[in-house]
Design a protein around this ligand. Structure first.
Ligand SMILES: Nc1ncnc2c1ncn2[C@@H]1O[C@H](COP(=O)(O)OP(=O)(O)OP(=O)(O)O)[C@@H](O)[C@H]1O
Ligand SMILES: [Mg+2]
Length: 504
């Protein structure tokens, strides 16, 4: 291994108004080395990447790419110096196919005309194959499943052949198998001698991959060392990893003899040629907490969209006395069903407070004030950031806002679609406790869709397993642990902070 660092960062500092998002951060990454960057939501990880890439200008500090100072340069110059970034959120062009996206990434801006060049075509195909996109390279991004969109972002980064690769939350929302495939790709970067900076809340996958870890908290360096050392660090455990979520036996009365609030009968959804939902029967009792567990593409979001009136379906859906068939999405929301979508859908130019107020506009003033106080207690960060534009929140902060806004609506039925996406382990613990206290203190009914069983089981009265568009299992969380067993649990991603394995 060559010993001089490919990337050397010193004293990196960034302020947003009164907030110091990154404070005096420094590290080196050598060729063929992977540095993991962890920390709670809003601790400054993505900002560090943006500062290195030139997307944000540092207030102080130095960034050296192979010995050359690049701090303050424009992003395209930094890209030309050999730095590439894989963003968490892809913003694909709609008219280009996957292959065209890769070809565009292969060419410097002025050479776009050469896209027809057979060599470019050939290289783009090789890259598509390498990231596992060969079957979909002629499709448009809008038609791709989530994991493939992430693959496309990775392919674009590979196409630019960066010596330094910054990868922001590659595993978020991916299944264990998909994460393993991504890990393989990132390991490939190491073998090619690239320097990698990796951010992710899936500490298990991250620890298995990295050479070293740096932990941040409130913009500052709190620990550094091997994955094992850092995960054992007292501060890291307290502010980031948190405790373990346990499944416990619920009162036997739960789930039985409740009036049915939501009932689906033989619900099916067809997209073009694909059967996205097939003969689904399920019910949710008043005040019940039901988890739908399933991998990406199993049909969870489709199921929720059918209930919310966002996709056409066959079969019947009843909500209390009401038949939902034919009702618009707006009418269904007015009836008391609120879906907190995977995609968040915040009003990005509005402030945190405006987003919350919009959620609670229909409530009486005193009720709204109480609800707001409760939510601020639940997510203190939202309280201190009331006047910040939603768009500038960190990934996890946006997720918290989306959940808070849904709760602000005080729905009869709250549908949470993958709420754990992008949240730090410790926040999962908060959210989990909040759901528990909410169940005790309010008549809310919850339908939760998750791949993360560690989160989906502890509060559920009942669990359904959705696989390939069908419900294949139904039972209590404890029966789930016994019958679906470790095998199923291990097929799913989770962040069990107590079973972190360092790289061999
Ligand atoms: N343009 C901005 N204006 C004001 N505050 C900002 C801006 N950009 C980022 N911040 C704040 O800076 C802090 C650090 O954000 P950053 O996105 O780096 O966090 P992160 O560690 O990546 O978190 P996550 O794990 O949730 O993605 C956050 O509290 C965020 O709200
Ligand atoms: Mg981030």
């Amino acid at each position: 291994m060559n010993d001089s660092p490919l990337l050397a960062v010193r004293g990196l500092t960034k302020r947003f108004g009164g907030l110091v998002a990154v404070k005096d951060i420094g590290f080196d990454i050598r060729p063929g080395e992977i540095l993991g960057l962890i920390g709670p939501n809003g601790s400054g990880k993505s900002t560090v990447m943006k500062l290195i890439m030139g997307i944000e200008r540092p207030n102080a500090g130095s960034v050296k790419v192979d010995g050359v100072e690049t701090a303050g340069w424009a992003p395209h110059r930094i890209a030309r110096a050999g730095v590439g970034i894989v963003f968490q959120h892809s913003r694909p062009l709609h008219r280009q196919t996957v292959l065209e996206h890769i070809k565009l990434a292969l060419l410097p801006d002025s050479l776009t005309k050469l896209a027809a060049d057979p060599h470019v075509n050939q290289r783009a195909r090789v890259i598509a194959e390498r990231v596992g996109l060969s079957a979909v390279m002629h499709r448009h991004p809008a038609t791709l499943p989530f994991a493939d969109l992430r693959r496309m972002e990775m392919a674009k980064a590979i196409a630019r052949d960066p010596r330094i690769v910054l990868i922001d939350e590659p595993f978020a929302g991916l299944t264990a198998a998909e994460s393993a495939a991504f890990s393989e790709l990132i390991r490939g970067f190491r073998e090619e001698g690239r320097a990698v900076l990796l951010v992710d809340h899936n500490v298990k996958s991250l620890a298995a991959l990295v050479d070293r870890v740096l932990a941040m908290y409130l913009g500052e360096h709190v620990a550094e060392g091997t994955a094992d050392e850092v995960m054992r660090n007292e501060t890291v455990r307290r502010v980031y990893l948190g405790g373990k979520l346990e499944v416990r036996e619920r009162a036997p009365a739960n789930g039985i003899s409740r009036p049915v609030l939501l009932e689906l009968e033989e619900v099916g959804v067809q997209y073009d040629k694909a059967r996205a939902l097939d003969g689904v029967n399920l019910h949710v009792g008043e005040g019940e907490f039901v988890s739908i567990v399933g991998l990406n593409g199993a049909g969870k979001t489709t199921l929720f969209n059918a209930i919310s009136g966002l996709v056409p379906y066959q079969g019947g859906i009843r909500f209390g006395e009401q038949n939902l068939r034919g009702l618009s999405g707006a009418a269904i929301a007015r009836a008391g069903i609120v879906q907190c979508p995977e995609t968040r859908e915040l009003f990005s130019d509005m402030t945190v407070r405006e987003n919350l107020d919009l959620g609670g506009y229909h409530l009486a003033d005193s009720v709204r004030a109480d609800q707001l106080a409760w939510l601020f207690d639940l997510f203190p960060i939202l309280k201190s950031r009331q006047s910040q534009a939603a768009r500038t929140l960190s990934g996890g902060e946006q997720q918290m806002l989306a959940i808070a806004r849904a709760l602000m609506m005080q729905p009869k039925l709250l549908i949470l679609d993958e709420p754990t996406l992008g949240l730090a382990p410790v926040i999962l613990e908060h959210l989990s406790k909040a759901l528990e206290s909410m169940q005790k203190s309010t008549p809310i009914t919850v339908l939760l869709g998750e791949q993360n069983v560690t989160f989906a089981l502890p509060h559920a009265d009942r669990v359904y397993v959705l696989e390939h568009a069908r419900i294949i299992w139904e039972g209590t969380p404890l029966r789930f642990e016994r019958e679906m067993g470790r095998g199923f649990l291990e097929a799913l991603p989770s962040c069990p902070p107590h079973s972190v394995q360092a790289r061999a």
